[in-house]
Design a protein around this ligand. Structure first.
Ligand SMILES: Nc1ncnc2c1ncn2[C@@H]1O[C@H](COP(=O)(O)OS(=O)(=O)O)[C@@H](OP(=O)(O)O)[C@H]1O
Length: 427
């Protein structure tokens, strides 16, 4: 034993074993202190890039956002978040000219001419359109942040097949409205170029401005090019399956508060209108038929998780949990102790009745408890307001703001909802 340790042993009357343990403990502690920055478990558990919410850097909130609302991807819920944010901050929302209905003349390529003049120049845009980079950049102010959302293609296709069953000719030709029948021989039912064909084939690629008839099997370079174009423009591609995590990334990107991204789930089908689970073979067939969408989804799902890792996974999960808790509190405050999604027939508040695409599909919504009035009610009403009513309300409000009668817009006397899309029933 070295003399210094012998002296220590005499002075403290410690056993040789205890002294060795003490030395070992001291050297481990010293190693941790000096090497701490290089130890990989510490930063992973407590990522330095993710300070607690109240310590977020005081960056001003970003006010100009263009959200490409893709179809059947939870886009209505994101749109509602953006509409409410715009109202709270007195921002202008680009809205379609009434001749385009509640979307920017989809499925035509977007043109700035589709935007109602009373809603220009806009800060926020969030209604359905087919993406056209140059036209959007002509409309939106410089510095606009572009965001979109994708959904797993098999789940998305099942939703499209059900929702647009009466409108999309390719779906209407299928006996017994059978998704299995369609996916077992899609070419037998599908005609490229006919009206609303894009709802039956690579809808994501179409909405993003791509050519939905291209196949990555024959032309891998086309998919790579489309991905590159999306990456050049969109600062964030959200993923519907990880909706709360997506909102955490969104609010961080825009320097918004967590409260700014609280939401009620909108445009959801009833359990009776959907497949409880998509069998694996059906999911494979849906992905094979929509191979371009599958390629887009797989790429952006991977980049999404890289973004989450960069922000610090534990941090994103913590914020997502806080968001879920705050959201549950808000839903209870607005819609009663047990807030439930209900079919339109059970919703008494006209402004909250969602549009129904056909008698075969039930789209659910929330209702306000009876006897509610006051400013909190208005906030709750907006939280659950379907796209059609909210777009009409905002258009009337913004027309008034720029026009002759600048009085507050009554939110509780909207006209009855009109169909959400300009879908000719006879087709
Ligand atoms: N928060 C959240 N998380 C996950 N999924 C959600 C969320 N909000 C809505 N949804 C589901 O999104 C589907 C509706 O999508 P959209 O609103 O984009 O449809 S539309 O194109 O505007 O008609 C619809 O899917 P289906 O029910 O499968 O049809 C909704 O249930």
């Amino acid at each position: 034993m070295p003399p210094i340790l012998q002296r220590l042993q005499q002075a403290t009357k410690m056993s040789r074993r205890k002294i060795l343990l003490l030395v070992l403990g001291c050297s481990t502690l010293s190693l941790l202190i000096h090497q701490g920055a290089q130890l990989s478990w510490y930063p992973k558990l407590f990522p330095l890039s993710c300070p607690p919410l109240q310590d977020s850097p005081p960056r001003p909130k970003h006010m100009t956002v263009a959200f490409l609302k893709t179809h059947k991807t939870a886009g209505t819920t994101v749109q509602n978040i953006l509409f409410r944010f715009a109202e709270r901050h007195n921002l202008t929302v680009a809205l379609p000219h009434p001749s385009c209905e509640h979307q920017f003349c989809y499925p035509r390529n977007f043109s700035a001419h589709f935007v109602h003049p009373a809603t220009r120049p806009p800060h926020v845009l969030a209604s359905h359109l087919r993406f056209d980079r140059a036209e959007l950049q002509r409309l939106m102010p410089p510095g606009t942040v572009y965001v979109t959302i994708l959904r797993e293609p098999a789940a998305m296709f099942e939703s499209l097949f059900s929702y647009y069953n009466q409108y999309c000719p390719a779906f209407r030709r299928v006996p017994n409205s059978s998704l299995e029948a369609f996916l077992s021989a899609p070419e037998a039912y599908y005609r490229a170029g006919e009206h609303f064909a894009m709802f039956a084939h690579n809808t994501l690629a179409y909405d993003l401005g791509g050519d939905n008839e291209r196949s990555p099997r024959d032309d891998a370079a086309y998919l790579a090019g489309l991905i590159r174009q999306v990456e050049e423009v969109f600062s964030l591609v959200m993923i519907a399956e990880y909706f709360d995590e997506s909102l955490v990334l969104l609010r961080r990107l825009l320097a918004w508060d967590l409260d700014d991204v609280l939401y009620a789930r909108l445009n959801a089908r009833a359990a009776s209108s959907r497949l409880a689970a998509i069998p694996a073979a059906l999911a494979r067939a849906a992905r094979a038929w929509n191979a371009l969408d599958a390629g887009l989804y797989d790429h952006f799902n991977a980049t999404f998780w890289r973004r989450v890792a960069l922000a610090g996974r534990a941090c994103v999960e913590r914020e997502a949990r806080e968001l879920r808790e705050a959201r549950e509190r808000l839903l209870r405050r607005c819609f009663g102790d047990e807030p439930v999604l209900r079919p339109a027939a059970q919703i008494r508040t006209k402004q909250l009745q969602p549009w129904q695409p056909s008698r075969k599909v039930d789209i659910m919504g929330y209702d306000l408890p009876s006897g509610r009035a006051g400013p909190a009610t208005e906030a709750c009403l907006k939280l659950a307001m379907p796209e059609v009513q909210y777009s009409s309300y905002l258009l009337r409000k913004q027309k008034r703001r720029g026009g002759v009668r600048p009085r507050p817009e009554p939110v509780l006397d909207n006209p009855p909802p009109r169909p959400i899309r300009a879908l000719p029933r006879g087709h």
